[in-house]
Design a protein around this ligand. Structure first.
Ligand code: 5GP
Length: 208
């Protein structure tokens, strides 16, 4: 039987480069599945429904909440974002390691529901660099950039609730480090599970 996949959450300030790291990881390794979230925000240029996000209306999103079709959801800078349950569960069952690229409130909710989830926070080398990346991306208005920088200040307060901090100084190095972290967690879980069931059996045998 194929081993069940693990769940990893990757969060980080808007503009920290999570998207690029995810692309690198997906193109180099085939054991990962990236969850596609639902959101009520408008698509950015080049974004495709069902690829970057499922772009839905507020009503559709609220239906998903009511019907318990989301693992978690949160409001982020005026919009809803949430993780559809079915895909994540079926991919993990199929043995894929599933990555959620979500913000902090959602990450903490997932950890509460599934305590063995690995929480990884991606940060740029400095705050200056973050602002520069947001401005250079050129997809947001000045107001949205300000809102996202404010949100980064709030999120920084909670960075220490994550299991690992990944500094995005160089993409290739980051991708390898991320893969190492997730595979390390895999080995830890397998070892633990194997050890626990073997120990239970041995104790039973001895006490019989
Ligand atoms: P963006 O609008 O830049 O694509 O995403 C804004 C923020 O929402 C990012 O921090 C992103 O990680 C987060 N996000 C994306 N999908 C989800 C989701 O399903 N749930 C939660 N809680 N946050 C999400």
């Amino acid at each position: 039987m194929k081993e069940r996949g693990i769940l990893a959450v990757v969060s980080g300030f808007s503009g920290a480069g999570k998207g690029t790291i995810m692309k690198g990881l997906m193109s180099r390794y085939d054991n990962y599945a990236l969850s596609i979230s639902a959101t009520t925000r408008e698509p950015r240029e080049g974004e495709v429904h069902g690829r970057e996000y499922f772009f839905v209306s507020e009503e559709e999103f609220e239906d998903m909440i009511r019907e318990d079709r989301l693992i978690e959801y949160a409001r982020y800078v005026d919009h809803y974002y949430g993780t559809p349950k079915d895909y994540v569960m079926s991919q993990m069952e199929a043995g894929k390691d599933v990555i959620l690229e979500i913000e902090i409130q959602g990450a903490l909710k997932v950890k509460e529901k599934f305590p063995e989830t690995l929480l990884i926070f991606v940060a740029p080398p400095s705050a200056e660099e973050l602002k520069r990346r947001l401005v250079n991306r050129g997809t947001e208005t000045a107001d949205v950039i300000d809102a996202r920088m404010k949100r980064a200040c709030e999120e920084a307060e909670q960075m220490d609730r994550y299991d690992y901090l990944l500094i995005n100084d160089e993409i290739d190095r980051c991708v390898e480090e991320l893969n190492g972290l997730i595979q390390g967690q895999h080995r830890r879980m397998t070892l633990q599970e194997g050890f626990v069931s073997q120990m239970k059996q041995e104790l039973k045998n001895i006490s019989e």
